[in-house]
Design a protein around this ligand. Structure first.
Ligand code: PLP
Length: 338
C-alpha cells in the first residue's frame, strides 16, 4: 500500500475521537468519485490520549453509503485496540455494587470507556497487543477477525508454496501466510498470563493502574503550572505540559493559545519557548519516582481552514506497572517541585 498517498486522514474531535461528520463527507466523496475504499481504520484507545472511536455509527454509515452508491464490496472496518483492548474486561463489571471498591473518579472513567468499548463487537476485525497491558513478551499480539471468509482476501495460490509435498498444498497455513515456521506459542503465552491472573485479578491490576493515573493527574493539577492533556480520556497514559510560572499565570489559557494554530511568528516563538522550558526541565531532572517519556506529539493543535494542524510536544507517564503506587508518584512530584 502507498500509505503516504492512499491514506485519507479523518479529523478528530476535542476528545481525540473520530469526527463522524468529516468521515461521512469524505466517504461520500470517495464513493461519488468511484474510489475504492478497502478499509476504514478506527482506534479504540489512542496511545497517549486514549481517545475512543465509536464503531456502530461508522458501520451504519458505511452500510448506508454502500447502499446509496451501490458499492458491492463494503470497506472492511478495522479497529486498532492495541492498547484499549483491556477495557473489554470491564464490559460486565457490576458498576453499581463495585465489588473491587474502585475509587469514584476511576470508576466513572471506566464506565464511560465501557459504554464505548461495547461497540467493539461491530468491528470486522481488531488488534490486540498483549505485549503492552497484558504483561507478556513482544511477540504476543493478535488480530481478531469476525468473519472467517474475510481471510480469503489474503489467500495465496498454493503453487507459490511448493516447499512441502504437493499433497498438503492448499490445506495449511502455508496458503495464507508467507512464513512457514511460525508457531503459536506466543499466543499461548498471552493465554497463560491472562488465565493465571483470572478476570478478577486482571481487573484489579487494570483498576490499580488507572487509579494511579488518576492520582497522578490529581497531584499534577495541584501544582498550578501544569496543563493535563485530554484529562477526560481515562486511559493508563497521562500527558502533560509544565510551564514557567514566571511567564504563564494560567496554564489552561496558555494551552488554549497553543491550540489555536497560527502562522504568526510570535505564536511559533511563544510555543517554542514553552516547549524548550519544559524540555530542559525534563532533560535536567533525571528519573526519580516515575520513568516518564518526552513525546513530540502529546497533543495536536486545532485545524485551520485548510484542515492543517500541528503537533505540540510534552511529557507523559504510562501507568502499566502493577508495582507502581502512590509512593513513586509522590516521589516524582516532590522531585519536580524541587
Ligand atoms: C502500540 C500501538 C500500536 C503499534 O503496535 P505494535 O504492535 O507495537 O506495532 C498501534 N496502535 C496503538 C493504539 C498502539 O498503542
Amino acid at each position: 500500500m502507498d500509505i503516504e498517498n492512499k491514506t485519507i486522514r479523518i479529523q478528530v474531535g476535542e476528545n481525540n475521537d473520530i469526527d463522524l461528520d468529516h468521515l461521512e463527507r469524505t466517504l461520500t466523496a470517495c464513493f461519488a468519485l468511484h474510489h475504492v475504499v478497502p478499509t476504514i481504520m478506527l482506534t479504540m484507545g489512542t496511545t497517549d490520549t486514549f481517545g475512543v472511536d465509536r464503531v456502530k455509527p461508522v458501520v451504519e454509515l458505511r452500510d448506508r453509503l454502500c447502499e446509496r452508491f451501490e458499492v458491492a464490496v463494503r470497506p472492511h472496518i478495522h479497529v486498532d485496540a492495541a492498547i484499549g483492548w483491556s477495557m473489554i474486561f470491564f464490559l460486565d463489571y457490576d458498576f453499581a455494587a463495585n465489588p473491587l471498591a474502585i475509587n469514584a473518579a476511576t470508576l466513572a472513567g471506566i464506565e464511560r470507556n465501557v459504554s464505548r468499548f461495547a461497540e467493539l463487537r461491530y468491528a470486522d476485525s481488531f488488534t490486540v497487543d498483549f505485549q503492552k497491558w497484558g504483561y507478556v513478551p513482544y511477540t504476543s499480539s493478535l488480530v481478531m477477525i469476525k468473519e472467517q471468509d474475510d481471510l480469503k482476501a489474503m489467500e495465496n495460490d498454493p503453487e507459490h508454496f511448493s516447499y512441502f509435498e504437493r499433497d498438503i498444498q492448499g490445506q495449511t497455513h502455508l496458503q495464507s501466510t508467507i512464513e512457514c515456521s511460525r508457531g503459536a506459542s506466543d499466543l499461548f503465552g498471552a493465554y497463560a498470563a491472562l488465565n493465571y491472573l483470572g478476570v478478577e485479578g486482571y481487573r484489579t491490576v487494570l483498576a490499580h493502574c488507572l487509579q494511579n493515573a488518576n492520582y497522578f493527574r490529581f497531584r499534577l493539577s495541584q501544582l498550578g503550572n501544569v496543563k493535563l492533556v485530554a484529562q477526560e480520556n481515562q486511559g493508563p497514559s497521562v500527558g502533560f505540559k509544565i510551564y514557567n510560572s514566571e511567564w504563564v499565570q494560567d496554564p489552561e489559557a496558555e494551552f488554549a493559545f497553543e491550540l489555536a494554530r497560527s502562522s504568526d511568528p510570535a505564536y511559533k516563538a511563544r510555543l517554542q519557548r514553552n516547549t524548550d522550558y519544559h524540555r530542559s526541565l525534563f532533560k535536567g531532572r533525571g528519573k526519580v519516582g516515575l520513568y516518564t517519556n518526552w513525546v513530540e506529539a502529546v497533543a495536536h493543535s486545532e485545524y485551520d481552514e485548510r484542515g492543517k494542524y500541528s503537533y505540540i510536544a510534552g511529557e507523559k507517564a504510562v501507568f502499566m506497572n502493577p508495582a507502581c503506587g502512590r509512593e513513586q508518584i509522590d516521589a516524582f512530584i516532590a522531585h519536580i517541585r524541587g
